[in-house]
Design a binder for this molecule. Structure first.
Ligand code: NAD
Ligand code: ZN
Ligand code: ZN
Length: 377
């Protein structure tokens, strides 16, 4: 048993006191895990654009103050009563959708959502395990990876290949399953298909890796920031398009393909871009997979006649993986070198530099900046 087990832990976390404010590094208290819960010493967390969307207020109902962060990996510090799938010392990836294995949804192949995942950013019993100055802080997706220690349900962590490096493994918690799974599970791209990816951030690069492994024919990488193209090429992109340089993107893509793209992936959270992708897909069979987020409640336009004639439109959450079950295999691919996680990481920062990290994501200076909790900052 670790020296810290059984007692609350005081440590640092990046706290959002409200939307549209910077993170404040605060001393917080992380409670002892209750029945069915685990406490994790975080090793790394990625700065994903979803965190930025929530910081910028895409969800008007978000319960602030909050410890967000949903892409993380760490080591189990202690476990509550009844926990069987992990033990202290195990390297785990945190998963932002639980897998209880028992509910109607977990037992069904039709969805990767779990009925037990709390939708109010708390633990399954409706309370938080992180407090600051005596106040309870909400926990994004129950996992709160922007904290040196966190508590979550056993259903929100997955034990992975113990050879993986926990200090970079955070990316296996979101961008890898999201991007790779968008191709494998939601797109189901056959060999030789023409494909296009809008948005070459951490998620889009993992879409490219999935397309490469699916042996797609043409892989068109699309971004308004051409600095992203060289890495996209390394991950298998065959053609490049800067939408700022063409008047009519769907027309240009129809010319570059046989009248329209077979499979379109949108890994950017801008609704008109989602509509542009739909209109670039092949009119008779093209499939568009939406990955990027929008403000809650926002809608996109997709022509009814376009759908009647054969265009398809789907969305994917977490790459349509049941994450607790799917991520260990992806981590094996990381360890084997098939998924080149390290190439995605452009910056490693201490938690104290989290605001600088998000500024670099906004300006496009970083691809994936990560917080490495072992760096003393
Ligand atoms: N569905 C899910 O489960 C899920 C999971 C993770 C992330 N996401 C979402 O996926 C999106 C991408 O996340 P990320 O972390 O890779 O973001 P990112 O900011 O790293 O990448 C977005 C990229 O889009 C590019 N871009 C901006 N405007 C564009 C335009 N008009 N046309 C083409 N490209 C444009 C940017 O230059 C950038 O390279 C976000 O919306 C994020 O919230 C969804
Ligand atoms: Zn994410
Ligand atoms: Zn379940």
């Amino acid at each position: 048993m670790s020296k810290t087990a059984g007692k609350p832990i005081r440590c640092h976390a990046a706290v959002l006191w409200s939307a549209n404010t910077p993170y404040a590094i605060e001393e917080v208290e992380v409670a002892v895990p209750k029945k069915g819960e685990v406490r994790v010493k975080m090793a790394s967390t990625g700065l994903c654009h979803s965190d930025l969307h929530f910081q910028e207020g895409i969800d008007k109902q978000w319960p602030f103050p909050s410890v967000i962060g949903h892409e993380g990996a760490g080591i189990i510090e202690s476990v509550g009563e009844g926990v069987t799938s992990v033990k202290p010392g195990d390297t785990v990836v945190l998963v932002f959708e639980s897998y209880c294995g028992e509910c109607e949804f977990c037992k069904s192949p039709k969805t990767n959502q779990c009925k037990k995942q709390p939708r109010n950013q708390l633990q399954m019993d409706g309370t938080s395990r992180i407090t600051c100055k005596g106040q309870a802080l909400s926990q994004m997706s129950s996992i709160s990876t922007f904290s040196e220690y966190t508590v979550t349900s056993e259903a929100n962590v997955t034990k992975v290949n113990q050879k993986a490096n926990p200090n970079t493994l955070c990316l296996a918690g979101c961008c890898i399953p999201t991007g790779y799974g968008a191709v494998m599970n939601a797109g189901k791209v056959p060999k030789g298909a023409t494909t296009a990816v809008w948005g070459l951030g951490g998620v889009g690069m993992c879409v490219l890796m999935g397309l490469r492994d699916s042996q797609a024919g043409k892989i068109i990488a699309i971004d308004t920031n051409p600095k992203k193209f060289p890495l996209a090429k390394e991950f298998g992109a065959t053609d490049f398009l800067n939408p700022k340089e063409v008047d009519d993107v769907p027309k240009k893509l129809a010319e570059m393909t046989n009248g329209g793209v077979d499979y379109c992936f949108v890994s950017v959270g801008i609704v008109p871009v989602m509509e542009q992708a739909f209109n670039s897909s092949h009119p008779n069979w093209g499939k568009t997979v939406i990955i990027g987020l929008s403000d809650l409640g926002e809608t996109m336009r997709a022509g009814v006649w376009e759908l009647l004639f054969g265009r398809q439109l789907v969305g994917t959450f977490y790459g349509s993986y049941k994450a607790k079950l799917g991520i260990p295999d992806l981590v094996d691919k990381v360890v084997a070198g098939q998924i080149q996680l390290e190439k995605l990481i452009t910056h490693r920062l201490p938690l104290t530099k989290i605001n600088e990290g998000f500024n670099m994501l906004k300006t496009g200076e970083s691809l994936r900046a990560i917080i490495d909790y072992d760096i003393k900052g």
